[in-house]
Write a new protein. Structure first.
Length: 360
């Protein structure tokens, strides 16, 4: 197959491309605008492959998207390009509306025109538009602190949408567009909604890399509120395997939830990181002493948890990493790649607190 991956220089997109080029014979076209969070260095292991091509293109630029589709003629599109940081969406929602909604619309229209013009009946029947989304579109779930049977509540593919942040609202909007393009135009689409990803090459604005890097520098480890917010943690390479399963074996029109089966409170995640660092980079003062409780994020969801039984039963995917094995691999990767961390922080972001604008 020839796969067009949008946002392929980002955290999850680069993991998908590495997986495809290292484990299949497929070709990949990486379409990426290269915003602050996109870095081609994340693809250093595979960028010399004859099956890899890079196109620096904004998904909102219809002319350029049309050019790429006409030039490369992909068999499927895996759409990962998105603004994804909740705190940034609180400070500046406009970019999220533009990229996540207008960009997805632009890509859908370009894909529809390309797909409708395919003159080979088999290629047309096998074409797929795979839209990668988040569990945040569902809002939040009952928290164990609030109800005795919280663990009975999980996000399923039928859970109603109730987004809380500008980011999740923009992703919910894009999900609706994708499904509408199938129902109205017949475009063969697939949608996946995933839980919190972590792993190598994660831009340091997100919780796990932020905690690791701040701890190594002796800086405060900011924990929102009391840190009891619960997330389901999914190792990024497990997610990449799942996405490839869906685009190659999924049924058009279906949604698949992808989770790691690892519900953890944020404070548990931070404690685990501190303890692994204490083992691998011991210091006299405990890393846990750096934990600092800060004002909570506006509209912060309390709990996410995914029921991933559908993708396991229908496509045979399950995560290979436990949280314990995955987080240890992640911490070790950052210890081994501090140079990458310094290079991706280009001066525009120095791990400062974002997302307080709503309270002004």
């Amino acid at each position: 197959m020839k796969l067009l991956v949008t946002g392929g220089a980002g955290f999850i997109g680069s993991a998908v491309i590495r997986h495809i080029l290292q484990n299949t014979q497929d070709e990949v076209i990486n379409l990426d605008k290269l915003t602050y969070a996109g870095n081609l260095e994340s693809l250093g292991q595979v960028s010399n492959s004859p099956r890899y091509t890079f196109e620096q293109v904004d998904i909102c630029n219809r002319t350029e998207v049309d050019r790429v589709l006409a030039k490369h003629r992909p068999d499927a599109i895996m759409h990962l390009a998105a603004e994804s940081h909740v705190d940034r969406s609180i400070d500046g929602p406009a970019e999220f509306i533009e990229t996540n909604i207008v960009g997805t619309y632009t890509l859908l229209e370009a894909a529809r025109q390309y797909w409708q013009a395919l003159d080979n009946a088999e290629r047309k029947a096998n074409f797929r538009f795979h839209h990668i989304s988040t569990d945040e579109v569902y809002g939040d779930l009952p928290h164990p602190a609030e109800t005795a049977n919280a663990d009975e509540h999980l996000f399923t593919e039928q859970t109603a949408y109730a987004p809380s942040s500008p980011y999740s609202a923009s992703k919910a909007s894009s999900d609706h567009l994708v499904r509408a393009w199938q129902r109205t135009y017949g475009l063969p689409v697939l949608v996946t909604n995933c839980s919190n990803n972590y792993g190598p090459y994660h831009f340091p604005e997100k919780l796990v890399p932020l905690m690791i890097l701040n701890a190594l520098e002796g800086k405060p480890l900011p924990v929102y509120g009391n840190g009891d917010q619960i997330r389901d943690w999914l190792y990024v390479e497990d997610h990449a395997r799942a996405l490839y399963k869906v685009v190659t074996e999924g049924k058009p029109g279906e949604t698949y939830n992808i989770g790691g089966h690892n519900e953890k409170q944020n404070i548990e995640v931070v404690h685990t990181i501190c303890d692994i660092l204490q083992e691998l980079r011991p210091q006299e003062r405990s890393y846990r002493d750096l934990i600092t409780n800060v004002k909570d994020r506006p509209g912060h969801d309390r709990r996410y948890a995914i029921d991933a039984s559908k993708i396991q039963q229908q496509l045979g995917w399950a995560p290979e990493e436990t949280f314990e094995t995955g987080i240890r691999k992640t911490v070790q990767w950052y210890l081994d790649n501090l140079g990458w961390c310094r290079r991706v922080q280009d001066g525009s972001y120095q791990r400062e607190r974002l997302g307080e604008g709503a309270g002004a």
